[in-house]
Design a protein around this ligand. Structure first.
Ligand code: ADP
Ligand code: MG
Length: 795
């Protein structure tokens, strides 16, 4: 063949080297590899002289190169590759927990970059899953390319050169070709690519095809040279890993692939075989391999399903174990729950309890009657009336001669609770001792009830006094903030603690409060509406009570989604409400970059509103960079009416009852989740006045419009939460970090089917073998403790 081509060169590319023309000659050859075969399938007779010259030279180069290296060129479609050479330094006995520096090719410098991704050990590298895959597997011929679609070609680089394009951009322009034709490729702003795309290199190009002067062209597509030893970067579903500065995609792919090849054969599946089969899941090593380098789209999904199941199952098993430890290894105090003792209280209420309140209280009552400590989550959206239920529970504790504590996240909330509870208890008698640290109420129970408030803002002497009362047992209901869990606060005999807005407290704070009494009953309350299945997973160690009914007679908050042109009308509306004596909130957009930027934006907005929109009104500003005392001060002024409009960043949850506030104006509403918008909305409509929620969005997408219109229609927080889960997924809806759960990499909490499956299997396993002591559960037990140890305690 070489001879023929050389002859053709001497004949000036006249297609006279062989009888019948080169095309016929070439067709009868068996090319040494696929790449040559594609080159050879070109029709020589149709080329002009200069193209023939280039083509012949190209083939000759290839043939020479092939002879020297005898390396077969890569094939465009890939069957499963044989494993790469092990890249782990020799030395058996290395465990999966060995640092990644024991992998050949990972220096300590490189390791520190992986460290930023949370990858320290070999196991963690194996579990470093790609964020997505680029599909380079569906290739097209150049002649088949269609304008406007994402497509991939495998082509030969004819030439590539730096160019300065019309807008003075330094770019790379290339012509690439396959057997079906040629196409131009432009990479804007990347002149350096020209050097990498040497003539005759094989390249995969993936991107959208556009038209330029009527001709098809790739503009700044993804590209990858095909390297001779390996097709992990191209020609398949290619993983896209999370990266940090100095860590390059190719490096991560190469290292992960080498590690998988070396370690997966030794990977044991910790799931009992029957669980795996019941749930129809891939074996673990296979799932891991497919999650990184899937054969096809479907196997990627199956891999994800298996790995997600693992995460959910391990969480469930951990949660169930915690609950068992908490309840079985500790004996609580059984209360006498004869509800006749609460009759004076219930009779004195200015309203009738809703049936949801009665039901949830009965659930609490039944817990309290048992010698196991209660561990219950009372969920109910803003305004559903959790306080009165909690108060009734605390009264039961007091009737049983125990102290009870209620912890709230802010001083204002604590004060609000103190006032509410005092007035609930004081309805029948008002013998409060003004100025004393403890207010006494004598008409609810046979013996007087002492109620006290402990917050950081108290004078030192007042604090001392109340602390003494607490340790002497002179106060029965103690309401407070974090101050309750400080050292020096010693309860005489705490039998029940209630934590309000529990998500606002850290793990340690909650358990610190719990630790203030010997195995007290615990009731946590939350206004974040979480769909039931999700709640069971997140808080599976807690029993769940849901207040799914609002007290009657609530005036519906009118919700309106406005276009930017209607902003002035929104301001006019706010002004009108204030003229009528009401107050308003304005929430600034969520800015994800940083709290600092968000704060700055809020300050700018506050100044703009104060200067040019509402110069004659009193505005207040609330943002995350204010100190606790400053926040409290602003809220107090708003609460007392000194501020007409409170401008606030979304980081500050405005968790206070300001019945006089009737307008909630939310800027950049399209950036929030429905659940969050609903929370904001719940800040108004707490008094007797008609209230309004105005949603502003600059350029909402169609999807955002749809979401916002849901908010106009739905007022049920749980329904909204479910819709939100469907539309946006749980990451947006409810950060798992915030929930204090182990980080979920694979599981989507919106996948209710898998959640339920994992929960069912966990319960089945747990019932059969609560301590996972059976031999076949050994690996699983180890996996559960690994997860929970690394995450620390929560709940
Ligand atoms: P939550 O803490 O769940 O947001 P609250 O306990 O603060 O709600 O109650 C909200 C308001 O509803 C309070 O003003 C309370 O007095 C009132 N409320 C509670 N229960 C009822 C009821 N059964 N009927 C009428 N109003 C009620
Ligand atoms: Mg509340």
């Amino acid at each position: 063949m070489r001879k023929v081509l050389r002859l053709e060169q001497t004949k000036g590319y006249s297609d006279k080297a062989v009888m019948g023309g080169l095309d016929r000659f070439l067709r009868n050859l068996t090319p040494p590899d696929e790449r040559l075969s594609r080159l050879l399938s070109l029709s020589y007779s149709t080329l002009d002289t200069s193209e023939r010259e280039r083509w012949v030279k190209n083939i000759l180069t290839q043939l020479d190169a092939g002879e020297q290296k005898a390396v077969p060129l890569p094939r465009p479609t890939l069957p499963r590759k044989k494993p790469l050479t092990p890249r782990v330094k020799p030395g058996n006995g290395l465990s999966l927990n060995a640092p990644i520096t024991s992998i050949r090719g990972i220096s300590s410098g490189l390791a520190s970059k992986f460290d930023k991704l949370g990858v320290k050990t070999i196991r963690q590298l194996i579990y470093l899953f790609p964020r997505r895959h680029i599909d380079y597997s569906r290739k097209k011929l150049i002649s088949e390319l269609e304008v406007g679609e994402e497509q991939t070609i495998l082509a030969n680089v004819w030439e590539a050169a730096p160019r300065v394009t019309a807008k003075r951009m330094r770019s790379t322009e290339a012509v690439v070709g396959d057997e079906s034709g040629n196409i131009k490729v432009i990479w804007f702003n990347q002149p350096y690519l020209a050097k990498k795309l040497t003539t005759n290199s094989q390249v995969v190009i993936s991107g959208k095809v556009g038209l330029f002067h009527g001709r098809k062209v790739f503009q700044s597509p993804e590209w990858e040279l095909i390297e001779s030893d390996d097709l992990i970067h191209t020609g398949r579903l290619v993983p896209v890993y999370p990266l940090t500065a100095g860590l390059y995609p190719r490096t991560v792919r190469r290292l992960v692939k080498g590690t998988l090849d070396r370690w997966l054969p030794e990977f044991k599946d910790f799931l009992p075989e029957n669980v795996r089969k019941n749930a129809g899941l891939l074996p673990l090593p296979e799932a891991i391999r497919q999650a990184h380098y899937p054969d096809i789209e479907l196997s990627k999904d199956q891999a994800r399903r298996r790995l997600a199941f693992d995460e959910l199952l391990l969480i469930q098993l951990g949660v169930l174990a915690k609950r068992r430890d908490w309840q079985e290894e500790q004996t609580g105090r059984a209360f006498n729950v004869d509800s006749r003792c609460l009759e004076p209280f219930f009779n004195s209420l200015p309203y009738k309890l809703t049936s949801a309140q009665r039901r949830t209280f009965a659930e609490i009552q039944s817990d309290l009657s048992k010698p196991k400590p209660m561990s219950r989550l009372l969920q109910g959206e803003v305004g559903s009336g959790k306080t009165v239920v909690a108060t009734a529970a605390m009264l039961l504790g007091v009737a049983n001669c125990y102290q009870t504590a209620l912890m709230a996240p802010t001083e204002i909330l604590a004060e609000q609770h103190f006032n509410t509870i005092c007035s609930l208890l004081g309805k029948a008698s008002s013998d409060t001792d003004g100025g004393k640290p403890v207010s006494k109420f004598s008409s609810m129970l046979p013996h007087p009830i002492g109620v006290g408030l402990l917050i950081g803002g108290l004078k030192e002497s007042a604090k001392q006094e109340i602390q003494q009362c607490i340790s002497a047992g002179d106060v029965d209901i103690i309401i407070g903030t974090h101050a309750l869990i400080q050292k020096g606060v010693d309860f005489h005999n705490m039998g029940l603690c209630v934590v309000d807005e529990q998500h606002r407290f850290g793990v340690m704070q909650r358990s610190a409060l719990r630790g203030k009494g010997p195995c007290p009953h615990v009731l946590v309350m939350s206004a974040t509406p979480i769909p039931r299945t999700l709640a069971l997973t997140l808080y599976g160690d807690l029993d769940l009570s849901v207040l799914d009914e609002l007290p009657p007679g609530r005036i519906e908050i009118k919700t309106k989604f406005l276009t930017p042109e209607q902003r002035q009308r929104a301001y006019d509306f706010v002004r009108k409400q204030i003229a009528e004596g009401r107050q308003a909130f304005i929430i600034c957009p969520l800015i994800e970059e940083s709290e600092a930027i968000e704060t700055k934006a809020a300050i700018t907005e506050y100044e703009r509103l104060s200067r040019s929109v509402f110069p004659d009104l009193q505005l207040g500003l609330l943002h995350g960079r204010l100190s606790g005392a400053e926040k409290e001060d602003v809220m107090r002024r708003f609460h007392s009416g000194g501020i007409d409009i409170l401008v606030s960043t979304p980081v500050v949850e405005v968790g206070v009852d300001v019945p006089n506030a009737t307008v909630m104006l939310i800027e950049g509403a399209d950036r929030f989740g429905l659940a969050q918008l609903h929370q904001f909305r719940g800040r108004v409509g707490r008094g007797q006045h008609q209230s309004y929620c105005l949603l502003l969005a600059e350029t909402p997408s169609a999807e955002a419009r749809e979401r916002l219109s849901l908010l106009e229609r739905l007022r049920d927080g749980f329904k909204l939460a479910e819709e939100d889960l469907k539309l946006r997924g749980p990451g947006e809806f409810f950060g798992t970090r915030q929930s204090g759960l182990p980080d979920l990499k694979m599981a989507k909490l919106s996948d209710i089917e898998l959640l339920e499956l994992a929960r069912r299997e966990a319960i089945r396993l747990f019932n059969a073998d609560p301590y996972l002591k059976q031999k076949e559960h050994g690996p699983l037990a180890k996996e559960v403790s690994r997860l929970w140890e690394s995450e620390g305690e929560w709940s």
